[in-house]
Design a protein. Sequence first.
Length: 355
Amino acid sequence: MPPAAVVKKDAVLADAVLLARTEIEQIAEPGTVGEHLGMEMLAGRLAMHWFECLSPGYHGWRWGASVARVSRSRTATVCETNLLPGPEAVLAPDWVPYADRIAPGDLGAGDVLPYRADDPNLEEGFEATGDEDVDEMAFWELGLGRHRVLSAEGRACAATRWYEGEAGPSSEVAQKAPEPCATCGYYVPMAGALRAVFGICANEWSPSDGHVVSLDHGCGAHSEVDVRRSQPTPVPDPVLDELAVDIEVQQPEQPDSLPPSAGSTESVDPTGEVAAEDDGPETVDEPEPVAEREPVAGPEPVAGPEPVAGPEPVAELETVAERETVAERETVAEPEPVAEPETADQRAPAQRHTD
């Protein structure tokens, strides 16, 4: 197709802006003619002046006035005025016949499609010939006992639609399938000319159950495919660390009934025992040592050989006190009462031995 010839701009028509506006204002409502949008050359000595339309219901529409002049004339005349949609105009959709307005998938329960006598996907079926054997074969074996049957064009359209849709090999389910439907035990081949490519899925676990699928379609519910079973990861036996032991020393809480006195360094244990408060670990107070008593003066010994030195009473008392203190440190319990000091009668054998 040869390119369109470029029309030279006409100066006489370009100056006819006021003339075009005046003619448009005669047919337009008052105040609806806006600014001049420009001039467009339609042909030699023929142009269109465009003006903005300010009407609220015609956003994007334009007022137009076509002007022309005769050859060798310096006067422009108005041919016609009109209101036309612009590039940004809001327009109604194209009209569609009622018979063509129903799209695939719009038919619901109770809806009935209009009859189409010239449907290209159908053709005339088999007519009875009167021969019983021929008619029986046509009606029951070939399935031609209908007024119209699927034509070659109808079969081709159906096969293309199925193969390129969700039932074909290009769907996401088929792309990730381990095996095709051709080797699945739930695949039921179709009868007729479409048997070589399509069949019906009979697996209730498949997303295509009861639908037409192609031979190279597939899904994860294939009858001959198993999941990949991973080997369990060996886990070593747990190890118990018996060397690292954390010991926490908890300070006993003071009961509300026995508040500590001012300046006191002792706290009361919940069991009723008195414990000393210190920055270091909890210890038990040691009993105070028993005051030593001076031995009773006896008769002076008779001069003679020096007697063998026996154990001193004071040493015995200190030894007993040390053993009691060690026993009290080994257990955190109520300190045992301090043993009473020995009487003079108990020390008498030792003194007599010394004498």
